[in-house]
Design a protein around this ligand. Structure first.
Ligand SMILES: Cc1ncc(C[n+]2csc(CCOP(=O)(O)OP(=O)(O)O)c2C)c(N)n1
Length: 530
């Protein structure tokens, strides 16, 4: 007899899932053990929210759903953040938790939460695993996460059901539907037409592009010499050091400049553009030539947009003569964007935030995966980190939820064991989940963390000032970042010298070990960049 837990584990293993992230309770121990027996590693983390974030990043990089496993009640409740994040940031996540068995007495309310009802609005597939349906619902849950835009499936399995016999037979095969190629030539012709009469076109690439199309879109943009902007979550889809790169759209640093460029464009091509990443409303206020191959986050399809395969469309565009010639139509905006970073101030004992980016960018290898947390530092790195390769930049931007940076770094490092990883976080976010540094050590996922220390939730403090409110409860007392790192078994140092920062990061990457570098910054410096 195969138990339902064993059948669940086998479906996951057969689907290529090599790791499940999580934090256990008594009710999932049988499933965990079946996963072990099926050869699926359990990455034990120190908070379910962190496990879910690490799993989603790991999954997206591995082109499969990330899987997170928690106990019932409190463990399942801790999944709200990563499930919300995966939903709005379009990361493929299968969450599995235990639940109280259906046949428990009605008076048994201990740890009983309405989990399906809670998560149904953000998960596109919610089911209870039973012995009878396990070979159907687990494959379906995996497949639904991978339907674009990627998203969340949620399954529960009670400890009692886990032990019951599973139905005999083979797991259901569910194939993902590829994007439609119908009308690709007509769409390509319509796009060429729109660009033919344009003096200042701007292609804005967003979350809806598949990284597998990076080479094709680079080729088309280069052949036609088109100016391009990206949203933060697809940083690296084009080389940001190229002359045609205008900036990062979506509320990062220098957003006034980038929004100015968008307003100055006479044709905006939204190539996979998803407004879930944009904190302003220009996407609704001005016409956009949408080029989408799947709905945007939450299934939204903008009015007037038709869905067509990007690959088929690019195949039709590549090799065609550009319909017009454009010579640096956004030069003034590109220069203004760069000037803001260079326009430094000096505050004793601190580093100009721009120098942190430049020092690290000068030493980190081209394939480095950068993760950020949420706050002023995210705006800084989101705009100014010079990404060069696809899938090398990870932030929470649809949800914009703190506590992403370190967890994402663990997921990324496990998914790409050969790529250096750099996590850039604020001291507020760092104190939310610094304990995962121990996880990183234990599971063999070393990375460099730079903590921008300003003693405040600076982005919120800046927002207070913007509303003409006095600073109130947005500053906190010091926690020694270096000692926190050391307490987790990771070396740490503090510096306000860019050269020391660069050489310490370079050495840690060469030695393939974790290092936490605390860099004092003055939170009053950030508004100069915004
Ligand atoms: C989970 C969560 N809680 C609160 C917020 C609101 N928030 C956005 S940025 C920010 C400040 C972050 O501070 P820190 O990590 O120190 O980064 P800094 O802004 O100083 O760079 C806060 C509280 C959020 N986005 N996510």
């Amino acid at each position: 007899m195969t138990s339902t837990a064993a059948a669940t584990a086998k479906v996951l293993a057969d689907a290529g899932v090599e790791r499940v992230f999580g934090l256990p309770g008594g009710e999932v121990l049988v499933l965990m053990d079946e996963l072990r027996r099926a050869g699926v590693d359990f990455v034990l983390m120190r908070h379910e929210a962190n496990a879910g974030i690490a799993a989603a990043v790991y999954g997206k990089l591995r082109r499969q759903p990330g899987v997170v496993l928690t106990t019932l009640g409190p463990g399942a409740a801790n999944l709200m953040l990563p499930m919300s994040n995966a939903c709005l940031d379009c990361e493929p996540l299968l969450a599995i938790s235990a639940q109280i068995p259906d046949d428990f007495p009605a008076s048994h309310t201990h740890q009983l939460l309405p989990l399906h009802e809670t998560y149904r609005p953000i998960a596109r597939y919610v089911e209870k695993i039973t012995g009878a349906n396990v070979l159907d619902v687990v494959p379906q849950a995996l497949a639904r996460c991978m339907e674009r835009p990627f998203g969340v499936s949620y399954l529960t399995l009670s400890a009692r059901e886990a032990l019951k016999p599973a139905a005999d037979g083979a797991a259901r095969v569910v194939a993902a539907t590829p994007p439609s190629t119908a009308g690709a030539r007509e769409h390509a012709a319509a796009l060429a037409d729109a660009l033919r009469s344009s003096k200042r076109p701007l292609v804005v690439i967003g979350l809806g592009i598949d990284a597998a199309n990076a080479a094709a879109i680079r080729r088309w943009l280069t052949e036609w010499n088109l100016p391009v902007a990206v949203t933060p979550k697809v940083k690296g889809i084009v080389d940001e050091t190229a002359d045609s790169f205008v900036g990062v759209a979506g509320g990062m640093a220098a957003d006034g400049v980038v929004c100015g460029a968008i307003a100055a464009a006479d044709v905006v091509v939204g190539f996979g553009l998803d407004p879930v990443e944009i904190d302003k409303t220009w996407h609704a206020d001005r016409p956009i030539h949408w080029v989408l191959e799947s709905p945007n986050a939450c299934g939204v399809v903008p009015a007037g947009a038709a869905l067509v395969s990007h690959r088929a469309l690019l195949d039709a565009l590549v090799g065609e003569r550009p319909p017009a010639a454009w010579t640096e139509p956004f030069r003034e905006f590109q220069d203004a964007r760069k000037r803001m970073l260079a326009d430094r101030t000096t505050s004793p004992g601190t580093m100009w935030p721009g120098d942190i980016v430049e020092a690290l960018a000068s030493v980190m290898p081209r394939d480095t995966i950068v993760t950020t947390d949420v706050g002023s530092h995210k705006y800084l790195f989101g705009q100014y980190w010079p990404s060069r390769e696809p899938e090398t930049f990870w932030m929470s931007n649809g949800l914009s939820g703190m506590a992403y940076g370190l967890s994402a770094a663990i997921g990324a490092r496990l998914a790409r064991p050969d790529a250096p990883v750099l996590a850039a976080v604020g001291d507020g976010g760092f104190s939310m989940n610094a304990q995962e540094l121990e996880t990183a050590q234990r599971v063999g996922a070393p990375f460099v963390t730079v903590v921008l220390e300003d003693g405040s939730y600076s982005l919120i403090k800046i927002s207070q000032a913007g509303k003409k409110l006095p600073p109130y409860r947005t500053e906190f007392g010091p926690i020694d970042t270096v000692k926190m790192a050391e307490a987790c078994g990771v070396a740490g140092l503090r510096t306000s010298n860019p050269d020391e920062l660069a050489s310490a990061a370079r050495q840690a990457v060469a030695d393939r070990r974790s290092l936490v570098i605390a860099v004092p910054v003055n939170d009053a410096d950030y508004p100069r960049l915004f």
